[in-house]
Ligand binder design. Structure first.
Ligand SMILES: Nc1ncnc2c1ncn2[C@@H]1O[C@H](COP(=O)(O)OP(=O)(O)O)[C@@H](O)[C@H]1O
Ligand SMILES: [Mg+2]
Length: 333
């Protein structure tokens, strides 16, 4: 993963001044306890999520203790190699599959304990999804407008027929495919189908929109338009959106990108726009973060550890405002 900046300047190193005193550390820990946890305003919370598939006596650990928090109103991307567990996670968040262990909550719904009836309601009203295969998103014998009104009818919308048709048209207009309202999927391009699919997913005004490789079957120009459609939905309707993608161009446009590796979230990249006070010039600053689990475990990016030849053991030093990590130099002493 490329970033336009790096972590801050190198610290004083293991020979630097003594670290913070015990009293300092105790005070800091006390301050931290009084502060609300980041998770408090999270719309999606996954805590040590595990999913094991057993086929013919062979076990596959698709998710191996995955932690993830998504805030209300966020538009974020999940990236990861094929087989890293992205679709498994999306299916769980969509209410289509249940985890083997761990905890997962979405908009106040507990995805592990939810009963069949609540699960159905959850799928119809709390989450909307867009899949990679354009054909999986739309019913082939219905027009675009009918595809969008269908979830409202199934979801027991209190809207009358006319209000439903009105909302369908508004959504199609918002996503710039109003001209397709009377067409069936085979009469639309792949990009139009995906934009109609986003309208279908938004029909019941879900708290969360999940998209699994929504641009996977599209060329890069069309993929950009689809991404713009997600952004519009996020900005205009306030919908929280999670997009799985291995398209770096898409990942580069969201504020937060979380990387999944071997069924766990490993690193994340946050982007910020900085404005130079004197020139007014804007630059996008990207910073890479690693996930720290409750046991204090940290996975360092392979590019970092390989660059410094770090393996097996590293030297640590607590500094007033950071922790220094150095290659193991004990053999030289
Ligand atoms: N229904 C299933 N049965 C057995 N193994 C599965 C099933 N779904 C996914 N897996 C396995 O779990 C792992 C993660 O798969 P998946 O979540 O589809 O990854 P990704 O979407 O990141 O490519 C893979 O090794 C895959 O073969
Ligand atoms: Mg997948």
């Amino acid at each position: 993963m490329t970033t336009t900046d790096s972590v801050g300047p190198a610290g004083p190193g293991p020979t630097g001044p003594a670290g913070p005193s015990f009293a300092d550390l105790a005070q800091r820990a006390a301050d931290r306890r009084d502060r609300p946890a980041y998770g408090h305003d999270a719309l999606i919370t996954c805590d040590r999520l595990v999913r094991i598939f057993s086929t013919d006596g062979v076990e596959v650990q698709a998710l191996q203790g995955l932690d993830l928090l998504v805030r209300e109103g966020e538009l974020m991307a999940l990236v990861g190699a094929s087989g890293s567990g992205k679709s498994t996670l999306m299916n769980i968040l969509a209410g289509l599959d249940t985890p083997t262990a761990g905890a997962a909550r979405v908009a106040g719904h507990d995805l592990l304990t939810m009963g069949a009836k609540d699960r159905l309601g959850y799928r119809r009203e709390t989450v909307g999804f867009v899949w990679q295969q354009t054909a999986r998103n739309l019913l082939p014998y219905l027009t675009a407008a009918q595809n969008v009104t269908l979830p409202m009818q199934l979801g027991g919308s209190r809207k009358g027929r006319r209000a439903q048709a009105q909302r369908a048209l508004e959504l199609l207009e918002l996503l710039e495919v109003a001209e397709c309202r009377g067409r069936r999927p085979f009469q639309m391009s792949g990009g139009q189908q995906q934009r109609v699919a986003i309208a279908v997913a938004l029909a019941n005004d879900p708290a969360v929109l999940l998209a699994d490789e929504p641009t996977g079957e599209l060329d890069s120009h069309t993929a950009e338009q689809i991404f713009a459609a997600f952004r519009t939905a996020n900005e205009r309707l306030g919908t929280t959106i999670v997009i799985v993608t291995h398209d770096q161009a898409v990942a580069g446009e969201v504020r937060r990108t979380v990387a999944i590796r071997d069924g766990r979230t490993s690193t994340e990249v946050l982007r910020r726009t900085e404005v130079d006070a004197t020139t007014g010039h804007e630059t996008v600053v990207a910073r890479e973060y690693a996930m720290l689990d409750r046991a204090g475990r940290l996975q360092l990016p392979a590019e970092y550890t390989e660059a410094l030849g770090m393996r097996d053991r590293v030297a640590l030093e607590l500094e007033p405002d950071h922790i220094g990590v150095w290659p193991d130099d004990s053999e030289h002493h």
